[in-house]
Design a binder for this molecule. Structure first.
Ligand code: KG4
Ligand code: ZN
Length: 345
């Protein structure tokens, strides 16, 4: 007996992901996680063009599904339920995944679960680090979002405590990367440079002043920091000075990691939770990982960060969240499930 199998489909941005999760008494088990990325194509344009991404998903979705089924040695007929990202994300890419998922649900006569991509970034950690505690906080940081979630039940009860008021953490890295003349996406390049530099420049920490902390305790803001970096660099350029790129990168990365970890740990204390899950593509960032691990250890908070391949967009996160909904007996979505580019939690 293979247990119930939940298929997950993710197409909200630039990765086409298809994964299979088996529901067992010991929790969800990942059978296969197939991903096709169009990031190289987007690098040519310095960003994601929605039409280019939609076409890439359309070309990749069936081969990626076939590859996942073949690798897991599973027939479509054995699938018990289909989960798909309903939002947030880019409308065209979301539509391709939803159309595929609906076609499978109709064709196989199996339930469809439209799930939230942001929650998926937290849900995937159950596949890696085992059952979740009763309550925990999740920090989901990527190119598209920086959200702090209070998770009472991953399938049915997730509260968004706060989010970024302007740029997402990864987006800020990508914008500063462009400013420093680094290739797209700039995030990983700044990470690498930062490891060679010293955080000697004091850049501002958004929403940490007492008055901001009162009004926006669980929110983030990175656009002021980005502007401060731009001003600092411009002033040196105008003076004909050389820009110490590694030190600028290290100082900027430290400011982002400092704000994210300080505010998140404060939220853990306020909400009396002792477990923090960090997910989303930006959780690949070494400065954030190091600082979160160090400060959570000091604060007595267990921090769970999935390996990088589960932090970037993938099908496993959607299969994991779908399997949680399936296990909890959540009512399936209607077959005319709409996609929602700005889907709330
Ligand atoms: O979750 P993801 O793959 O896609 C979105 O949903 O946005 O996140 C990608 C984002 C990009 O902004 C990328 O520059 C950033 O995460 N990123 C990083 C690192 N790896 C990826 N930023 C800083 N340091 C990294 N190591
Ligand atoms: Zn994502």
């Amino acid at each position: 007996d293979r247990g119930d199998l939940v298929l997950g489909i993710e197409t909200s941005c630039d990765e086409t992901g298809v994964a299979l999760v088996r529901v067992t008494d010991d929790g969800p088990q990942l059978l296969v996680d197939a991903v096709a990325s169009s990031v190289d194509e987007h690098a040519r344009f310095g960003g994601i063009i929605p039409e280019v991404a939609s076409r890439a998903h359309l070309e990749a979705i069936v081969p990626t599904l076939d590859r996942a089924l073949a690798q897991a040695d599973v027939d479509l007929g054995q699938v018990s339920a289909i989960a798909v990202t309903a939002g947030p994300g880019l409308v065209g890419p979301l539509t391709v995944g939803a159309a595929a998922a609906k076609a499978l649900a109709v064709g196989l006569g199996k339930p469809l679960y439209g799930v939230n991509h942001v929650i998926g970034h937290a849900a995937v950690d159950e596949l890696v680090h085992g059952a979740f505690p009763e309550r925990f906080l999740a920090l989901v940081v990527s190119g598209g979002h920086s959200s702090l979630l209070l998770v009472n039940d991953i399938a049915t009860d997730v509260v968004e405590l706060g989010q970024t008021l302007d740029d997402a953490a990864g987006e800020a890295f990508d914008k500063v990367g462009r400013l420093l003349g680094l290739p797209y996406p700039g995030g990983p390049h700044i990470d690498r440079l930062a490891r060679e530099g010293t955080a000697s420049i004091r850049f501002p920490r958004g929403l940490t002043a007492p008055k901001d902390q009162a009004a926006h305790a669980d929110d983030f803001s990175f656009s002021g920091l980005k502007t401060a970096v731009a001003r600092w660099v411009e002033a040196r350029q105008d003076a004909g000075e050389e820009i110490p790129l590694p030190d600028v990168a290290a100082s900027f990365a430290e400011a982002v990691a400092d704000v994210l970890t300080a505010k998140t740990i404060a939220a853990c204390r306020r909400h009396e939770v002792d477990t923090l899950v960090i997910g989303g593509g930006f959780s690949a960032n070494s400065q954030l990982r190091a600082m979160a691990e160090e400060r959570c250890a000091e604060a007595g908070i267990t921090v769970r960060i999935p390996p990088i391949k589960f932090c970037t967009d993938n099908g496993a996160m959607i299969a994991a969240l779908g399997s949680a909904a399936w296990r909890r007996g959540v009512a399936p979505s209607a077959l005319d499930l709409p996609v929602d580019s700005s889907m709330p939690l």
